[in-house]
Design a protein around this ligand. Structure first.
Ligand code: 5AD
Ligand code: SF4
Length: 447
């Protein structure tokens, strides 16, 4: 039996793509292995968003090359595939710098992987095209599934934030047709999925063609997906503030399946920096938007992304970011030091913020955000919430799942409850998850 090892880095989109590559390789007779040493095909599904992403891939490739050498000595071939956004950005350069790599394939053409593997027997293969045919039409049905599944509804981004590589690596924004999404959702539900997280680089810009010929918004899509038998919960990520329309906000109010959680990156609280970032919104627009979302769904948990030390950021700009965080109140957040990405407009800027200042600002911001997360979790203690049980817990006799607010929750229960939604009384907050016990019934508000 041939074996494939697929390692994924970065965002949920990459997790999804990696799973689909496993499906594809499965159709070709490969079984997945978690042990790289025993793999006939090694796929690194790379991410370009973090600092020195390409350098990290090259150093990982050094290790994979050594492994390929050891396997060759034992008479076994290994095909090395670099997929994902670094593959897209670096292209043939990867083969030059890491000649042990056999296939370089971008995120828009990985459905051709079986063919690329065949061609790789003859020589190196690079495919970083943006083909016009629909990648999703060429992927086999989804295989083993859990209670919570990702579903790609949209890819690419037209926003061109000055710091971001996504519009270059993932390309222009494209939405999948509604009937294809529904068919995938139905298959996922039939396979046991209770929760779907709709993913896309700019998911709330979704504008897919509906079965009625009209263009559907994300709000409309969510309402329709809520009718799929078996689907109890819907989430979506990642959204842009400019694309949070009234219909989507209303879905949070009217549609119980749409979970009270929203990841809505703001990046900065300073209007000057937001303009320099080409974010297309200012801080007060974001505040007012949050007010409207909270008016529709008062208990919604909010999450965000922040960048500190964008070129030209002053202490006053940073203070504005802290003020915005204090005003809004987030249940969780991701924050990063700015670092230039080659090819993006901000990488050309000359007024870089010194590393020590970035570090200080990040520590200050993270202290505030951490305190908000802890306060949010503490406020949940004593409440009864519905938990979707997804997997076995850390210890025997425990199972783990998520609250509606995307908090990790552990309870004592038999593994038979995996895949169900249970009312849980939250009793204690640990450092990474909450603990609770089965309760009678959840209040309607936390459905
Ligand atoms: N520097 C630092 N952080 C970045 N992000 C994207 N590009 C950069 C960069 N050049 C962050 C943004 C984005 C998240 C996924 O990664 O906050 O929302
Ligand atoms: Fe990148 Fe998001 Fe901005 Fe698009 S909206 S350019 S994906 S940060």
């Amino acid at each position: 039996m041939k074996k494939a090892f697929v390692k994924s880095y970065g965002c949920q989109m990459n997790v999804y793509d990696a799973a689909r590559m496993v499906d594809l390789l499965g159709r070709e007779g490969f079984t997945e292995t978690a042990v790289m040493e025993e793999a006939d095909v090694v796929v690194l599904n790379t991410c370009h968003i973090r600092e020195k992403a390409a350098e990290k891939v090259y150093s990982e490739l050094g290790r994979v090359r050594d492994l390929k050498g050891e396997r060759a000595e034992a008479g076994r071939e290994t095909t090395i595939v670099v997929a994902g956004c670094v593959a897209q950005a670096e292209g043939r350069e990867i083969i030059h710098r890491a000649p042990s790599v056999d296939v370089v394939v971008g995120p828009q053409s990985y459905h051709r992987l079986p063919d690329l593997l065949r061609r790789a027997r003859e020589g190196k293969v690079v495919d970083t095209e943006f083909p016009i045919d629909d990648k999703f039409d060429h992927l086999p049905p989804r295989r083993v599934l859990g209670a919570s599944a990702f579903l790609t509804v949209q890819e690419g981004c037209d926003k061109f934030c000055a710091f971001c590589v996504v519009p270059y690596t993932r390309g222009a924004e494209v939405s999948r047709p509604v009937d294809k999404i529904l068919a995938e959702a139905e298959r996922l539900a039939a396979g046991g999925a209770r929760e779907l997280t709709l993913i896309g680089q700019n998911v709330n810009a979704f504008h897919g063609e509906g079965p009625d010929g009209a263009t559907w918004s994300l709000g409309r899509l969510l309402r329709r997906l809520a009718e799929v038998p078996g689907i109890a919960r819907l989430r979506y990520t990642t959204s842009h503030p400019r694309d949070m329309d009234d219909d989507l906000i209303a879905a949070h109010r009217d549609c119980p399946a749409v979970m009270p959680y929203l990841h809505l990156p703001v990046q900065s609280g300073s209007d000057r920096i937001l303009a320099a970032m080409n974010r297309k919104h200012d801080a007060d627009t974001y505040r007012r938007l949050i007010d409207r979302i909270r008016a529709a769904r008062p208990d919604i948990a909010l999450s965000s992304d922040f960048i500190v030390g964008f070129p030209g950021e002053t202490d006053a700009d940073h203070a504005e970011t802290l003020r915005l965080v204090a005003d809004v109140g987030f249940s969780s957040a991701f924050s990063f030091k700015y670092s230039p990405r080659p090819g993006t407009p901000a990488a050309e800027s000359e007024d870089a913020v010194p590393e020590a200042v970035k570090r200080e600002r990040l520590a200050e911001l993270q202290a505030l955000l951490d305190a908000q997360t802890k306060a949010f979790n503490r406020a949940s203690i004593g409440r009864v919430v519905d938990v979707l049980i997804e997997k076995a817990g850390r210890h025997p006799g425990q199972v783990a799942g998520k609250s509606p607010y995307l908090q990790a929750v552990q309870i004592e229960a038999d593994a038979a409850v995996i895949g169900t939604v249970l009312p849980v009384r939250l009793t204690r907050a640990g450092s990474n998850s909450l603990f609770g016990e089965r309760a009678e019934a959840a209040p309607a508000a936390a459905a």
